[in-house]
Structures are given as C-alpha cells and as structure tokens.
Write a protein that binds this ligand. Structure first.
Ligand SMILES: CN1c2c(nc(N)[nH]c2=O)NC[C@@H]1CNc1ccc(C(=O)N[C@@H](CCC(=O)N[C@@H](CCC(=O)N[C@@H](CCC(=O)O)C(=O)O)C(=O)O)C(=O)O)cc1
Ligand SMILES: N[C@@H](CCS)C(=O)O
Ligand SMILES: [Zn+2]
Length: 762
C-alpha cells in the first residue's frame, strides 16, 4: 500500500457521460422504474468512473463523489441532519432523501442555493440546537468497499465539517443568537466516528473539502477550523487527512490548516491568488503533502503545461511532497471532448474536458517527478495546441475592437429618470400595479421534442418555426384571457437562456453533449466563448414581432444580460473578463435597439447571475461590480426615453449587490422575493432605489399553486415599502419548469389578488 496521495482529481462529473443518471432519476420519480433499476444505473456509473480514473494512471482515485442529487445533502444525511418534517413522512431512506431534495405535496423541499460562485446549486441543511448528529448512514464506507471489490483503492471525499455548517441555515426554532457553527463540536464527533470506521475498512486517505475558506472568514471561524482539524488530526486510528480549499485564495486558512496534524492540503492555483511566496512562508507545509491545483477544474481550456510545470517546480522545495491535482472538483466541466463531432476542429484542439484533464494531471505529475524527458512527446503536442491558440488570428476582430475602443461614458447612460417615467407612462398607458410575468412559459415536451426533431433533421425549419409560433399564440391568448398587462412571448424557441443567445452570436461554439449538472437531474450545456463577440443578425426580433402582432397589449422583448451570459458560459481566459463583457454588452445593445425599431416598447434584460459572479473575497467586489453594472448599462442605454427597460434578478440574496441594483438604473426591476418576504424592498429603500419594482409575489420553484389571499397579503406587505405607482405584480422567476395547469391557476389568482388590491387603492 502506498502512503503517498499522488496525482489526483478532487471530484468527477456524476450525471453520466450520456446523462444516464438524469434519465434514471427522472424515470424513477415518474414511477417508470423502481429503486433497483435506479441503483443499478448508479452503480454502473460509479464503476465506470473508478475504472477510467484508475486506468488513466492517477495516484489516488476519489470515491463518494457520486450523488443521487447533491453532495451537501449527502453529508447532511450521513450525519443524521434530517429535519423532523421529512422523517415524519415515514418514507424509506432514498425517498426521504428525495423528499428533502424535491419536496412532496405536503412538504416543500430544503432551500436550494448557489455553490459558491458556480452555476451548481446545493440544498441548504437546516441545523439547530435540537439537531442530533450521528453516523446515521455509512455510504462513504460502502462506496469504498464497492471500489475495493473492483480492485481499486479509493479516497473517500466529503464536504468538511466547517464548510458544511457555514453553508447551513439555522432551523426556524433556533434562537436568534444561534448559528449552525455552534454545533461544530458535536458534528466533529460524528466525523471522528466516520473516520474511525473508514480506517477500519482499510481507507488510507480521506478528503474533507473546505472551500468555505476561499471566502472572507472571521478570525473566530479560522480558530474553529484549527480546533476541528487539531481534534480530527489527533485521533489515534484514522486515515490520513487531505483538506483542500478551492475556488479562490485560501488566505489565512492555509497557515491554520498547515499548523494542524493533517497530512495534506490542497490549493487552487488557478482561481486562488496563492503565490509561492505565501507558500514558502508556511513552515508547517514542510512535512505535509501539497496537492497543487494546477489544472483548471472549472474551465475547458487545455492547460498550459509549461507554465503549470514551472509553478509546480517552484513548489517542490516548499512541501514535504507535491502532487499534481485539479483546482477543484471536475463536476463543473463536461465529460469528454471526444464526444463532440460538430465543434470547429481548431477550437476543439484547444479544449480539455474532464477526461482530458485527468490525462493532463497524470502527465504533469510525471513531468514534475520523473522529468520532462519522460513525457517529452506529449508535452510537445500539448505545447503546439497552446501556441496555436495563442497565435490564432481569429481571436482578434478589428471591427469589434474599433467599436469598444470608441466607447464613451454617455454610451452607458440613459436619459433623465423623471422624463423616462413620464414618456413611458404616455407610451404604455398601464393601470396601477401592472401585471406581468418574467418571460418563459412552460416548456412542454412537445416544444422540446419539436426542437430535438429539428436538430436531428426530422422536421424542417418552416415546420419547426410554425410550431413555435403556435406555442407563442397559445401563450399570448392565455395572457389576454388572464388579463395581464405586459405580455411575453413565452420563450419556447430557447433551449436555454444563455445557450440560445450564444448560438446566434459570433465568438461562441456550442457543444452537443457538454452537459454540466446545475442541480439534481437538471443540466446545462454552457457555451464556449472562445473569440471576439458580436451579433451579426437580430436574434429575437422576429419572435417578438410575431407576438406583438397577436395583441394590442405591449409585448416585452426578452434578452439575457452580458453578466449572465458570461457567468453561464465557459469564458476565454486570455483576457480580463471585463473586456469580454464589453463585447457581449454591445451585442445585446444591438438587439435592444433593433427590438425598439421593430415596435417593441418594453425590453427586459435578465441578469439572474449578477450576484453569482460576485468574487468570494470582498476586496475584489468593487472592481467586479463596476464592470458588471457598466456592461448592463451599455447593453440598455441605446434606446429612447419612452422605451421601458426591465431587468430581472433571482437565485440569490441581494444584500451585497443592492447598490449595484440601483446603479443598473433599469426602469423596472423584478426580483425573486417570495421567499425573503419582501425584505428586499426595505433593503432597496435604504439605498435610495427610486425606480419601479416587481418583487415576486409567489414562488415558481414549487408546484404549489398560491392562493389569492396569500398573494394579496404579499402585495399589501409590498405596499408598506413601495408606493402603488412604483409597484409591479409578477411571479418571482420564469415559468419554464412548471406545467400549464398550475401556471394558469397561479396567474389567475395573482390577477384576482392584484385587482382586489387595486380596488382598495383609492
Ligand atoms: C435559470 N437557471 C439557469 C442556469 N443556467 C443556465 N445556463 N440556464 C438556466 O436557465 N442557472 C441557474 C438556473 C438553474 N436552473 C436550471 C433550470 C433548468 C434546467 C433545465 O431544465 N435543463 C434541462 C435542459 C435544457 C435544455 O437544454 N433543453 C434542450 C433539450 C435538450 C434535451 O435534453 N433534449 C432531449 C430530447 C428532448 C425531449 O424529447 O424532450 C434529449 O436530447 O434527450 C432544449 O430545450 O432544446 C434539463 O433537462 O436538464 C437547467 C438549469
Ligand atoms: N426570462 C427568463 C428568466 C429566468 S431567470 C425566464 O423567464 O425563464
Ligand atoms: Zn429568474
């Protein structure tokens, strides 16, 4: 048995190379297959992953990186943190797990939120003084044994105890003074119990992920980190402990971790600012293993191996051992670039997905420890691809550069607010508390099937387009019938709100099979932004005109904003993001202007990812928010005062971006507020927000249809904070994941509630 950790990856995709797990999960939830079949698919996927990673030559293969839904939920279940309302359902363990993830009719799911600054979402554990931690589930031990039976020794991976508690929220019953971290000692006791069982099962290394320490942390939290790992480190019978931080600069936590008895630390050398200077100051590192995260786990570019090797070489003297690893789990990239048949061959030669990244890790580790000569040919081939990308003339478009070069402050500034308001009132003639939706209507399986048939050549473009027009007509008629005021076309033609736009812009390539898990069984195919971005032709104008031609009410044009396009794409890493954002902003600006010219009087530019891209370290916030806000304003400032610009933000707590929301200067901002009970309006008031606002009046993430009374209550609560002439009425996000029946009733209830409140206004 080797005692070194060796080359490794921190985690691997788990949805299946052909989304086998997605299909099995959705079949199980729909009652089409049973638990046995679901478990069989899961076991096959795990076996396949372990075999591939082992055969690729990694020094250490991770296990317990598979999950039926989410790794944070798995950790909660492992340590018994199951809220009583789910236990009380009396379901078997797997269905209890799915009830926490997805809810059942009587009981909503746990809250879901962003995993740091990624587009992956985790379920938020609820921890209170009453939570009983225990080693309730032994899946990590079972998975280790499962791989052992294949002859593969693995390294179980778990979310570390600090990160687990820092990501949890307190239970409703907990006193105000309580924070989940107060329960650290009890939780660490259960981790200790698990470590002991893993040790007795023959586990040599365990990985405990602590990415929470790549964000700002208070000194008390750092002390708790020290205390926890000192305690785990002092256990007499335990596996060796490997604790990576990732997604950014570990700051002081690295010194803390290296002062404890753990055997290995991991640093993200791609997203982290950790320099060799910092590492050289860490005397505690000299008798530990450093897993150097040199291969980017979050982007899809081939690694510049010469550069990575140079960094690796400077690390060699600083730690007891240096092993090459990925910067973070490979969960955030697709499986295999070789599945792609349609990507431009030159661009394809610049790419590395998960499988290729494993090869890079193995190669780098060999080059570092055996010398370059041992792998000269592979290094030469890799260098040729890097140089080809560096020198590619297509990566510069003089027309795009000339345009960005001529930008002046006035390009990001709209007319006077009061005049805009007056002009828009006149142009639109809306009632008080106007009713609208966020854009998408249910994406029925008929719509998705039609798109699949069109993509496979089984139906032609006119047939596909006429089906989309039929769907738009149905959506417009429904909104007319429901009495909404500003209508939408429903977005049926969009596979995804980012991918769709990227497919119509220069500078991007799309993948056929580049699926990345976003949450549970839901996946996205992030486009690859490789070059200079521009918009050769109008993208949405035809659909918007079609819809506007079906009604006298204003139809809202619907676009995705530059920040969100960047956040949900794989972006180029050879220039600052702010520069790329400017190009995307101008492409969207062209579309906004063309919508206006086509007679569209209201245009919404969605920025749900504004908060997501906020850097984990607060010292970087100002710089980010400056370019993020400017790019939105560049995109939306090309129109006249009478054109009403909306924006929509969701999936986040807005606290840290609240000033930025004001600075976006959209005429109307719709926000996900159903779950934060309108508190966001007080926050907006406190920073002088004076434009119109539509705080979501019901939660679209749940199939539950809201009652008139509860919507009315929300609206009256909103009116406490915002005068009626600035308040809009809308759901809190798009309706694409819902069904028509529930949407029809929910929107009808929303209208009844709004009419009641309108009637009581005078
Ligand atoms: C709003 N959200 C989004 C995020 N990121 C994005 N890039 N886009 C988003 O909308 N991040 C934050 C949230 C996260 N949420 C979600 C929500 C929903 C999904 C989702 O539903 N994903 C779908 C795939 C969507 C898609 O690309 N659809 C394609 C069809 C592709 C497909 O699977 N086709 C089928 C055949 C079709 C059929 O017969 O039904 C096939 O190939 O087998 C399309 O519409 O053309 C999902 O199912 O996972 C993701 C993130
Ligand atoms: N317009 C989009 C925004 C989602 S965040 C939709 O309605 O789906
Ligand atoms: Zn939304």
């Amino acid at each position: 048995m080797t005692s070194k950790i060796g080359s490794t990856v921190l985690g691997y995709p788990r949805i299946g190379p052909r989304r086998e797990l997605k299909r099995a999960l959705e079949s199980y939830w729909a009652g089409r297959i049973g638990q046995d079949q679901l478990r069989e698919t899961a076991a096959e996927l795990r076996a396949r992953t372990w075999r591939e990673l082992h055969d690729a030559g990694l020094g250490s293969v991770p296990s317990n990186t598979f999950s039926y839904y989410d790794q944070v939920l798995d950790t909660a279940v492992t340590f018994g943190a199951i809220p009583e309302r789910y236990r009380a359902l009396g379901l078997d363990p797997l269905d209890t797990y799915f009830a926490m993830a997805r809810g059942v009719e009587s009981t909503p799911p746990l809250e879901m939120t962003k995993w740091f600054d990624t587009n992956y979402h985790y379920l938020v554990p609820e921890i209170g003084p009453e939570t009983t931690f225990s080693l309730a589930d032994r899946t990590p031990v079972e998975r280790f044994r499962e791989a052992e039976r294949m002859g593969i020794t693995t390294r179980p991976v778990l979310v570390g105890p600090l990160t687990f508690l820092l990501l949890s929220k307190k239970t409703a019953e907990a006193p105000d003074s309580f924070t989940p971290l107060d329960r650290l000692d009890d939780l660490v006791r259960s981790y200790a119990e698990l470590l002991s069982e893993l040790h007795h099962a023959g586990v040599e290394w365990v990985q405990l992920d602590e990415p929470a320490f790549a964000a700002d942390r208070q000194s008390a939290e750092l002390e708790k980190l020290r205390g926890a790992y000192e305690r785990l480190g002092k256990l007499s019978a335990r596996p060796k402990l490997f604790v990576p931080t990732y997604f950014g600069d570990p700051g002081e936590s690295l010194e803390v971790l290296t002062s404890t008895p753990i055997e290995a630390v991991g640093v993200d050398l791609v997203a982290g600012a950790t320099t060799t200077n910092v590492l050289s100051g860490l005397t505690g590192l000299r008798n530990k293993t450093l897993v150097a995260g040199l291969v980017d786990g979050r982007n899809i570019w081939r690694t510049d191996l010469d550069h990575a090797l140079a960094t690796g070489a400077t690390l060699l003297g600083l730690a007891g051992e240096v092993a090459v690893g990925t910067s973070c789990s490979l969960l955030h990239v697709p499986y295999d670039v070789e599945f792609e048949q349609n990507i431009d061959p030159q661009v394809k030669s610049w790419l590395a997905f998960a499988k290729q990244k494993v090869e890079e890790v193995v190669l780098l580790d060999r080059a570092l420890h055996e010398g370059r000569e041992a792998v000269r040919e592979q290094l030469d081939n890799a260098r040729a691809a890097i140089e080809d990308r560096r020198n590619a003339s297509r990566l510069r478009d003089e027309k795009v550069r000339a345009r960005t070069g001529q930008l002046r402050p006035e390009h990001a500034r709209r007319g006077d607010r009061a005049k805009r308001r007056a002009d828009q009132r006149q142009a639109l003639g809306l009632p008080p508390l106007p009713l609208t939706t966020i854009g998408s209507f249910p994406q029925t399986s008929d719509v998705r099937k039609a798109r699949a048939q069109f993509n496979n050549g089984r139906i032609d473009r006119p047939t596909y387009e006429s089906r989309m027009v039929d769907e738009i007509r149905r959506v417009i008629e429904l909104q007319e019938e429901l009495g909404l005021d500003v209508l939408v076309h429903g977005e049926p033609e969009r596979n995804d709100m980012v991918q769709y736009f990227s497919e119509h812009m220069e500078g991007f390539v799309s993948t056929e099979n580049g699926w990345v898990q976003s949450y549970g069984s839901r996946c996205v195919r992030p486009p690859i932004l490789f070059g200079e971005v521009s918009r050769p032709d109008p993208i949405t104008v035809g659909w918007a005109k079609e819809a506007q031609g079906m009604t006298d009410k204003p139809v809202k044009g619907m676009l995705t904003g530059p920040v969100t396009i960047l956040a949900w794409s794989f972006v180029r890493d050879d220039q600052p993001l702010a520069e790329t954002a400017e190009q995307v902003a101008l492409a969207i600006r062209d579309e906004v202007v063309d919508l206006e010219s086509a007679g569209i009087r209201v245009v919404q530019v969605d920025e749900p990812a504004l908060r997501e891209l906020l850097p984990l370290r607060s010292e970087l916030h100002g710089q980010y928010l400056e370019w993020a806000v400017r790019s939105f304003r560049l995109a939306t400032s090309g129109v006249s005062d009478s054109t009403q610009i909306h924006t929509h933000l969701c999936y986040s707590e807005f606290g840290e971006v609240i000033n930025a929301i004001v600075d976006l200067d959209a005429d109307v901002t719709s926000l996900e507020a159903a779950r934060s009970r309108m508190e966001v309006l007080d926050d907006l008031n406190s920073v002088g927000f004076a434009n119109e606002v539509g705080p979501g009046v019901y939660d679209i993430h749940s199939p539950r249809v809201p009652e008139v009374g509860e919507i009315e209550k929300s609206l009256r609560a909103a009116l406490e904070a915002v005068p009626a002439d600035r308040l809009w009425v809308n759901p809190d996000c798009g309706l694409k994941t819902r069904g028509y029946e529930e949407v029809r009733t929910a929107l009808a209830n929303m209208r009844t509630a709004a009419v009641r409140v309108r009637d009581s206004l005078n």
